[in-house]
Design a protein around this ligand. Structure first.
Ligand code: ADP
Ligand code: MG
Length: 343
């Protein structure tokens, strides 16, 4: 079947907006007015939480291995993850796009199919955005809006001495998945007849291409009556996020190497790539799991949770975050994180 290609200028800006928005319906009671006027209207009795991210082609994603539908989903998920990290519930998003004319209408449809799937999964309304052309490359900026009662909002600064440090899911997978995709891209560039061999790497590639914001955990914490004392989502890597918690809460902390959750496929693939799995978990980034602290009293409520891991505790010290190795030695955590400005 021949792929149909419709140029964006055949449709025009307003045609494009109509096309995008006809597939979306609003379901949130806080959405008073959605797309179509000069601004959206949102009404809520709770505290309003707002977060924005920009994603730039060639810096945050490579379109040669990032399917547009996944990109649409991930762009929303990473913003929802920031709302989750405030212990808030997301309600609306806006999506702004700058695209070059190499993109067809079908490509935009694919991207918005991913956006829609994320809106359904996370229960958010698309209430606005902006569309522009770009001289080169794709730029995506998403703003997520959410809310929570004032007493439930969780900041990076609230951790107390002896609080237990918790992390959800497993770490390092997204980074290892990116290595797999980059390798397959090189193989493909060398020989376009070669099909990528990704079957053995399904989990880690999925962690990179389709990360899930942990709203499930936020709802479960509410059901259990637990309010974390501090929280942050893991976008830049565990070490970097621990540094933020330590700095904002004015405390030291220690985590234990043997408690860091790493999936088997992540571990084995890291080894295959001659990478240290622990380093991938500490500095890899893009896992979008939640890192939070709880008071000791809350441990009983969470200890049986299959997807929450207790990796260490906060402590009064000026040494910052440290890792206790399997051998028992303390080493200062280096937060490499992702720094897009150092090359
Ligand atoms: P303005 O000229 O006031 O910026 P636009 O013509 O850009 O208005 O937008 C008209 C409506 O369509 C607004 O409600 C805007 O939020 C929405 N909109 C524009 N582009 C997008 C997009 N890419 N995704 C979602 N909504 C959009
Ligand atoms: Mg506009």
């Amino acid at each position: 079947m021949e792929d149909k290609r419709t140029e964006l200028d055949e449709l025009g800006e307003f045609g494009l907006i109509d096309r995008i928005t006809e597939n979306f319906t609003n379901t949130q009671k806080s959405t008073v007015l959605g797309i179509g006027d000069d601004a959206a209207i949102i009404s809520n009795d709770e505290e309003i939480v707002v977060s924005t991210d920009i994603l730039t082609e060639g810096i945050h994603f490579d379109l040669s291995y990032f399917p547009l539908k996944h990109l649409g989903f991930k762009s929303v998920a990473v913003n929802v993850s920031d709302i989750a990290a405030m212990n808030a519930i997301p309600t609306q998003i806006t999506v702004s796009l700058a695209i070059s004319n190499k993109f067809s209408l079908q490509a935009i449809d694919e991207f918005y199919a991913g956006v829609k799937s994320a809106c359904e999964q996370y229960n958010v309304d698309l209430v606005g955005g902006d569309t522009s052309s770009s001289a080169a490359g794709v730029f995506i900026s998403i703003t997520a809006i959410g809310s929570a009662p004032k007493d439930k909002i969780t900041l990076r600064s609230g951790a107390q001495d002896k609080d237990i440090i918790c992390v959800t899911g497993d770490l390092g997978g997204a980074y290892v998945g990116l290595q797999v995709l980059a390798r397959e891209k090189q193989v493909f560039l060398a020989n376009p007849e070669m099909q990528p061999k990704l079957d053995d790497f399904e989990y880690v590639v999925g962690r990179q291409l389709k990360p899930d914001a942990r709203m499930d955990i936020i709802h479960e914490l509410r059901d259990l009556g637990t309010i974390p004392t501090s929280m942050i989502d893991i976008s830049d890597g565990l070490a970097s996020e621990l540094k933020h918690l330590s700095k904002h809460s004015n405390l030291g902390l220690r985590i234990f190497e043997e408690q860091i959750p790493i999936d088997n496929q992540t571990f084995e693939t890291a080894v295959e790539f001659k990478l240290d799995p622990i380093t991938c978990a500490l500095n890899g980034g893009e896992d979008y799991e939640l890192l939070f602290t709880i008071g000791q009293d809350d441990y009983e409520k969470l200890k049986k949770h299959a997807d929450i891991h207790f990796i260490g505790h906060m402590e009064k010290s000026d040494d910052g975050p440290g890792l206790v190795t399997k051998g028992g030695s303390w080493i200062a955590l280096q937060a490499q994180g992702w720094n897009h400005f150092t090359k």
